[in-house]
Design a protein around this ligand. Structure first.
Ligand code: NAD
Length: 321
């Protein structure tokens, strides 16, 4: 049987088509454990070879290490720049948050140098719930529009955890100003709250990037990193689900990828990867989904295990009343 190609999906009104599986480069900043430069480059090469055309990073990941590693990987591809889509971010740094026009304008030049690129396709305000949303609307996004005019970025995005940040900003900017939103940890087996926001986002014409399908490591056999913010209850429920799958000869990460990939309103499922093996596994999850559909039986069993913690999240950013 011929293996289907990785599906390409439109990103809102941008005209871009992204592979359904996107490459999250935060692990290349060694945030989930140390990664060698050769493994980082090999992962990027394998991802592109298997049809992944979208790569996401930030100066915050590994205090700029992720951008540098991704830059080396992209250079090693040796293909025309138009064949891949790169997103990075601004406003969140090792030193803290700064969404001022001055800082984000400087930030793009620093990122382009580390990525060894002339432009990025998507430039996103990173974790805006930690800043003033009104500053993002009135100062940061207008500064990013100037970067668009200067040809340093093609599209503007916003990212963060609480879903209400997206409606707050999108209701206050002129239509077409924000092209993309990136939500994370809200469209996976344990938390699917992004689903309720999808009709609104579609009416706004924004591209929808759903990140962290493995809930930042909760839905893996290996488990989450030390810094993971989930409650002990959520961590242990996910661990129980992973053990259940393993005993049944199934892989929780594959199940989780297929769950997220099944919703075609999501432009791309952004998964963090740091090895050729993980890249291959996640692409196989997508191609097998296209061939055979979801594993409904195991999914129902895992959903039952996770039911007591369904849609449980954690606080992020400045708490607003
Ligand atoms: P994730 O849910 O994608 O999980 C990543 C973890 O799972 C890593 O430890 C990775 O090594 C591991 N993994 C990947 N494939 C695996 C497989 N097949 N089997 C077992 N383990 C596997 O979480 P993430 O990396 O935090 O999110 C994905 C990407 O989304 C990030 O790299 C980043 O680019 C982006 N992101 C952005 C924001 C934001 O802008 N605020 C927040 C979260 C994530």
């Amino acid at each position: 049987m011929a293996v289907p190609k990785l599906e390409m999906r439109p990103l809102g009104n941008t005209g871009l088509k992204l592979s359904s599986v996107g490459f999250g480069a935060s692990p290349l900043g060694s945030v989930f454990g140390s990664v060698s430069e050769s493994d980082a480059v090999a992962s990027v090469l394998e991802a592109f070879r298997l049809g992944i055309n979208f790569f996401d990073t930030s100066p915050y990941y590994g205090a700029t290490l992720s951008e540098k590693m991704l830059g080396k990987g992209l250079k090693a591809l040796g293909v025309p720049r138009s064949e891949y889509i790169v997103s990075t971010k601004c406003g969140r740094y090792r030193e803290g948050f700064d969404f001022s026009a001055e800082r984000v304008t400087k930030s793009i030049d620093e990122s382009l140098e580390r990525l060894q690129l002339d432009y990025v396709d998507i430039f996103q305000c990173h974790d805006i719930e930690f800043g003033s949303l009104d500053q993002v609307v009135n100062e940061t996004i207008p500064a990013l529009q100037k970067l668009k005019e200067a040809g340093k970025i093609r599209f503007i995005g916003i990212t963060g955890l609480p879903l209400e940040i997206f409606t707050y900003v999108l209701d206050r900017v002129p239509p077409g100003t924000v092209d993309v939103i990136l939500s994370y940890c809200h469209y996976s087996i344990n938390d699917s709250t992004l689903e309720d926001l999808l009709p609104y986002l579609k009416t706004k014409g924004v591209g929808i990037i759903s990140a962290s399908p493995l809930a930042m490591g909760l839905l893996t056999e290996f488990g989450p990193p030390e810094w993971h913010p989930a409650s002990p209850e959520l961590k242990s429920a996910c661990q129980a689900a992973a053990v259940y799958c393993k005993e049944k000869g199934k892989n929780i990460s594959k199940l989780a990828m297929q769950y997220s990939l099944s919703n075609k309103d999501i432009s791309t499922v952004l998964v963090g990867m740091n090895s050729v093996k993980q890249v291959e596994e996640n692409v196989v999850a997508a191609t097998e989904l296209a061939l055979f559909g979801k594993d409904h039986e195991t999914l129902a069993e895992v959903e039952a295990i996770l039911k007591p913690v369904k849609n449980q999240t954690w606080p992020s950013g400045i708490q607003r009343s």
